[in-house]
Design a protein around this ligand. Sequence first.
Ligand code: NAD
Length: 473
Amino acid sequence: MKMHIAGNWTDGPAAQQVINPFDGSVIDEVPAADADAVDRAIAAAYRASERARSAPAAERQALMNRAGALADERVPELAETIARECGKTLREATVEASRAGDLIRLAGHEGAQLYGTGLPLDAHPGAGTQRLGFTLREPCGVVAAITPFNFPLLLVLHKIAPALGAGNAVILKPASHTPLTALQLTEIFLDAGFDPELVSCITGSGGVIGDALSADERVRKISFTGSTEVGNRITQRAGVKKLSLELGASCPTVVLDDADVEKAASAIAAGGYANAGQVCISVQRAIVQEGVYGDFLDALSAKVRDLRTGDPFAESTDVGPLVSEREAERVERSIRASVERGSELLLGGERSGALLQPAIVANVDVHDPLSQEELFGPAVAVTKVASVDEAIAAANGTRYGLGAGVFTGNLGSSIRFIREVRAGVVHANWTPLWRADLMPYGGMKASGIGKEGIRSSVSEMTEEKTVVLHGDV
Ligand code: NAD
């Protein structure tokens, strides 16, 4: 496929292959862009953003509704592409693709609701009553959307839909592993009738083109989802512009003595292994109070043992491959190293190519790298704690703070957890692996800054202008 920049489908100076992680086959080739392509994309986006800001909101909402309808029609193709390039099961990919239409329509609605506020200027001493003040909310201009591989549709749409819905131009830079879904989404917005210069999708290596995109002054806003390391680099390069960073995590789920252990184990078996654990809000750590520790491990083992690994297109597969064999090797090494330091491998961890058997690692020390560093693979590290205090300290005991969950039958313990755990999204009686597209979503600490979720993204992709009318003064 070609990439779409400056209003045209174009080749790049070089090409890069898109590989199916399950069987290693080449699915397609996409352009590997260079800094010159970035410059052309930004110049066109800047021009288009100037045109877009003077168009009525109702017009862009109509285009968004048309794009939503096209996304509804194209769910099967989108799901197939996601499963092929990312390796997630077709079942999971279909759930992901099925959210596209509603998400786009929601962004169309929120993007048309750019409310301002009336200002009580007469309360300022000496201002009198002949001045009227209010605010206007305006599109911020050019948005750079840089996305990771693990949700090639949802995480792209969470950026480009609110950007376009709110009247901006957008330059999308998808992950090198998963450019094809992003290009299909770009096609949807173009087919819906958006100005071709308003939507660019530039493919290639982030290391090669990322700096040119992040540092350019014509880009007013960077919306980035990816690792904390790349987020740090973008922050250093960005200069004066708006930044949203959705970064790495090591999400905890606490199970207290008074919890429904069966329910907790089921939710953690789902929340620790979906998309082969490659979810930023995956349950990486189960922090379990000593009274239910044994029962919890028994219940979790029974469920994880039933998870079937294999071909993402097979009906029977629960867990597909990781995004590459290299990633599977990295996760395998992290599990082994933790076991060498004294953790106990209860189940799984065997690797075949990019497939890794879902693992449970018990007796993991809170300071062990398997707790502290983001794993991004199909394993849950289980740690035993004596008390609620210890559980909260363990939950807070990493540099990250994206999502957290607690299972308890006690409302007071839930409220303590909600108040005391430093995470951007907290769940009582569920795991962090739950998200509605409308809710504010984003991390604290090294997990990021800013919020996504369509209304929040529209707010972050627009700017407030203060207006003062001076009458008879
Ligand atoms: P990554 O950081 O390697 O890459 C993310 C994107 O950044 C890719 O498009 C990549 O090409 C680009 N990039 C690389 N170097 C760049 C540079 N110097 N400048 C600009 N862009 C650059 O992440 P990944 O491996 O694709 O995804 C996994 C990571 O994403 C995990 O850390 C995961 O936690 C995180 N993630 C976070 C959230 C969240 O909501 N917090 C959601 C999903 C994934």
